[in-house]
Design a protein around this ligand. Structure first.
Ligand code: ADP
Length: 494
């Protein structure tokens, strides 16, 4: 498939400038500003997109507040009706799976098949999983009595109100769903700020949700840059910010949110350690570790980018992963032979190639890759570094590209100490045939998700989030539902 093969619906969607979605209507930015969204494979502009400013943020927040208020159409939806609506949205997403996958391929450089069977399928599953929660948000009863009276005390969970979802570019549709779905499950309203690099699929999702019967104002979509996100975080009438992105911006958001103490959940950066022991099943550990490192062009916060290998199998593992890296076909997201698409942007390309240079300058060895591909588009070869020390920037920083560092270790204690030697704590992994080793070491890794003898095994039922500077709160699963509610305790004297 080539870009000439865009579905008519996608070709028509990108043929005109895209508008903001506010209060159920598509409209230009109040100040008329637009920005270009770019195809990372060609560096060509795909289309212009309306850029939401402060006035648009005010309008969207006002619309979300109206939609949330008592007596609104949305407020009158029963939990069961919310669940049914979410099933309808999931069905529509699946009907339009090819279209969404093409938007992700075009705007985000994601290989088409992976986008369709991964990103779009996950987004649909999110709607279905949470649809089941809609009528299961229950409270508790608490026995209570004093010398003078008996009481009935109970708790109820209520929606928080207006939620701002701010998301990155690495999984544009799935991330949009991560924020929208749990929020609307319990009756909140949402303003979604997609990343400036990838606004298209979120806008299309917004349209589709209206088509499915979501009342106006329940989900507003405001493309824009960091200042649009900051205006949402600063807004006094936003009750919660749900953010996925860099640790640096997460800290800015946490500080800004203190203005009205709005609730904040943060899913931030990572630099996940992946530990392979001598006794691991290498026929699984080698391809599994390559997948851990290179999934999604390496642009995934839970990727296993620090590989620690026990001395006895170090050479074999490094050779095996390098061989896999060498065999990866880097190319257009629309070419079905492609395993790895381009990085997302010029900025990301410069950042990743900058780390490649910094690694070499610091004395690390490029065992495989280390170069760009072609001279147009943001393509980089998957890269394996050896001779890495713990102080090098390629070892301490989240590169967010297809780059893995391999370091040998001798003892379990050494591996655990090195693995935990990071400010991040999002994910980690252990490969060993010894069930005791796997669980013992996994138990001591300071990370929100730990994979044993696997990597990226994932499901919408599983809570996720980070220790340390990888964030606040947990998303998805039952924890994810709670995070979008307020808990009220009611005490009645009997
Ligand atoms: P990345 O480095 O992956 O691009 P960022 O943390 O910079 O991640 O961006 C993630 C999201 O946060 C994007 O939608 C971006 O526009 C938004 N953003 C950037 N700066 C701010 C800010 N100061 N306040 C709120 N949102 C922001």
């Amino acid at each position: 498939m080539t870009t000439d093969a865009l579905l008519p619906s996608v070709a028509s969607f990108v043929s005109a400038p895209k508008q903001l979605l506010i209060d159920g209507e598509l409209r230009d930015a109040a100040d008329g500003r637009t920005f270009a969204t770019v195809d990372p494979a060609t560096e060509n502009e795909i289309t212009q997109v309306a850029q939401a400013g402060a006035e648009d943020v005010n309008r969207a927040v006002a619309s979300a507040r109206r939609a949330f208020e008592h007596g609104s159409d949305w407020n009158r939806f029963t939990p069961r009706q919310r669940g049914r609506l979410m099933w309808r949205i999931a069905d529509l997403l699946e009907e339009h799976a090819d279209e969404f996958a093409q938007l992700e391929a075009l705007d985000g450089g994601k290989p088409f098949v992976g986008a369709r069977d991964g990103d779009v399928a996950t987004a649909a599953e999110l709607f279905r999983y949470f649809a089941g929660w809609a009528n299961k948000i229950e409270g508790t009863t608490i026995p209570l009595s004093s010398e003078t009276a008996d009481f009935l005390a109970y708790t109820v969970r209520e929606p928080i109100g207006v939620v701002a979802g701010i998301v990155p570019w690495n999984f544009p549709l799935t991330m949009a769903a991560f924020k929208i779905v749990p929020a609307i499950t319990v009756g909140n309203t949402v303003i979604l700020k997609p990343a400036e690099q990838t606004p298209l699929s979120a806008l299309r999702l917004g349209e589709l949700m209206l088509e499915a019967g979501l009342p106006a104002g329940v989900v507003n979509v405001l493309p824009g840059f960091g200042d649009t996100g900051a205006a949402l975080v600063d807004h006094i009438d936003v009750d919660k910010v749900a953010f996925t992105g860099s640790t640096a911006v997460g800290k800015v958001i946490a500080a800004a949110a203190s203005r009205n103490l709005k609730k904040v959940s943060l899913e931030l950066g990572g630099k996940a350690p992946n530990i392979v022991f001598d006794d691991a099943d290498l026929s699984k550990a080698i391809p599994g570790s390559a997948h851990a490192a290179f999934f999604n062009q390496g642009q995934c916060c839970v990727n296993g980018s620090r590989l620690y290998v026990q001395r006895g199998v170090y050479d074999e593992v490094v050779a095996g992963i390098s061989e896999i890296a060498k065999g990866i076909t880097v190319g257009s997201a629309f070419d079905e032979r492609t395993d790895m698409g381009p990085l997302i942007s010029d900025e990301q390309f410069s950042k990743v190639t900058g780390y490649l240079e910094a690694g070499v300058a610091a004395g690390a060895t490029v065992a495989e890759g280390g170069v760009r591909v072609g001279d147009r588009g943001y393509f980089v070869r998957p890269t394996v570094f050896t001779d890495v020390s713990e102080q090098m920037s390629i070892q301490t920083d989240e590169i967010f590209g297809p780059v893995v560092t391999a370091v040998p270790f001798d003892t379990e204690e050494q591996a655990i100490a090195a693995a935990n030697n990071t400010r991040y704590g999002l994910a980690a992994g252990v490969w060993s045939r010894d069930i005791g080793t796997a669980h013992r070491v996994g138990g001591r890794l300071r990370a929100g998700t730990v994979w044993l003898n696997s990597w990226h095994a994932d499901d919408v039922t599983l809570p996720r989030g980070g220790y340390k500077e990888s964030g606040w709160g947990r998303e998805l699963g039952s924890f994810g539902v709670e995070d979008y509610t307020e808990l009220k305790t009611i005490i009645a004297e009997l």
